[in-house]
Design a protein around this ligand. Structure first.
Ligand code: LEU
Length: 375
């Protein structure tokens, strides 16, 4: 992060002088224009994530362009949740569309192939949902505004354990996905650190529809809590099948579970799911409430964590482009790295030295078919 910082400083200075002096002819003539590429999971079993993400981005886009300091042009590509498709979308956006920056892709599995490509090409990239370990460490051009599972899961586990006096847990995770595997690593390490007894560790794969073998085994061992690292499609079916066989203990999940889709698919069976998140829509905060209102009016449903993170993600880019004063990839990267205490709807945001977001999670539970504060 150090080598290229000069560019960001210069850009900030020229921007300041523009405000003080009233701007030269070229700058006062208009906004800084930039093209941003978005890679999101828009079709298939995780399309609910991509829908929330692109809705959040589109709302931010309208507001940013209306303000007029920065004019952003978006190019959106569907990755279908697949590595190869995400990679070819990135190559198109980087090489043909010549984007200044990228938002996405949706999955850490996809970011593991897109990140190195974008970093090599020198394209600043903002993961707004990629929460596996090691994402910002891919390179200097890779950032994220979604708190990692390694922070979120221990916060959720601690609260669940304190509240229910848990000593014995079972773990279930998808072993064919970077994010669900990373969430599992955190669950297991945290359980060991907390001195919990791990009764069994069960695995599943994407698209699986029958979890009865794993759940029967878990039920017979009588855990007091189930730690489950899953995306919403598999996670919701797991909870549904668990409840149907009389397994009523609480679940702790990662952010894959923090989607209204879980409630849509599992209904009452989703009650008792505990997650930690940087986003809580019922927060008494004017900015949050205005976003919820506008989003709900525009899209006919309430925003979730992924919509909120994507909304802030485009704002972070807009702030960096404004500070850089130009749509240059290196200057925008440096300006992103320098953002401090940016007030988003997620809270006050800064990046650490690797480009990871710094913020505290809130713990929520699904109760009566709704996400509520877990206290
Ligand atoms: N957090 C997940 C990941 O890093 C994606 C999210 C959409 C559930 O892959």
């Amino acid at each position: 992060f150090l080598a290229a910082c000069g560019g960001g400083n210069e850009a900030t200075n020229s921007n300041e002088s523009k405000e003080q002096v009233g701007g030269d002819a070229e700058k006062s003539a208009g906004a800084v224009e930039a093209k941003i590429g978005v890679i999101a999971w828009m079709t298939g079993s995780g399309a609910g994530y991509g829908e929330a993400i692109t809705n959040g981005i589109n709302l931010a886009l309208e507001e940013i362009n209306a303000k007029g300091e920065v004019k952003i042009d978006l190019v959106v590509e569907d990755s279908a949740g697949k590595q190869e498709q995400a990679l070819s979308a990135a190559q198109k956006l980087i090489n043909s569309d010549n984007v200044t920056g990228l938002i996405g892709p949706t999955l850490s599995t996809e970011m593991n192939v897109v990140g190195p490509e974008a970093d090599l090409a020198g394209v600043p990239t903002m993961g707004t949902s990629t929460t596996a370990q090691g994402i910002p460490e891919i390179g200097d051009y890779i950032f994220r505004d979604s708190i990692p599972e390694s922070l979120a899961i221990p916060a959720a586990m601690q609260k669940a354990i304190d509240k229910y006096g848990v000593k014995k847990v079972a773990i279930m995770y998808g072993n064919d996905d970077v994010f669900t595997k990373s969430g599992f690593d955190t669950m297991k390490a945290t359980a060991e650190e907390m001195g919990l007894e791990i009764l069994t560790i069960e695995t599943f794969q994407k698209g699986q529809s029958d979890y009865n073998a794993q759940l029967t085994k878990i039920k017979n061992l009588n855990p007091e809590l189930i730690l489950c690292s899953a995306l919403y499609n598999e996670g919701a079916v797991i909870m549904d099948q668990a409840r149907k066989m009389g397994l009523t203990v609480p679940f702790v999940g990662g952010n894959g579970f923090n989607s209204p889709e879980v409630i849509k698919i599992a209904g009452d069976a989703a009650n008792g799911l505990i997650v930690a998140t940087p986003w809580f829509g019922a927060k008494e905060d004017a900015k949050v409430q205005e976003f919820v209102k506008k989003y709900t009016e525009k899209f006919g449903k309430e925003p979730d964590q992924f919509a909120a993170q994507a909304y802030d993600g485009l704002y972070l880019f807009a702030e960096a482009i404004k500070n850089a004063g130009e749509a240059d990839r290196d200057a925008v990267r440096d300006a992103l790295a320098e953002i401090k205490d940016f007030e988003g709807i997620l809270g006050v945001m800064s990046f650490d030295e690797v480009g990871d977001i710094v913020m505290d999670p809130t713990v929520l539970v699904i109760d009566g078919g709704q996400f509520k504060l877990f206290e």
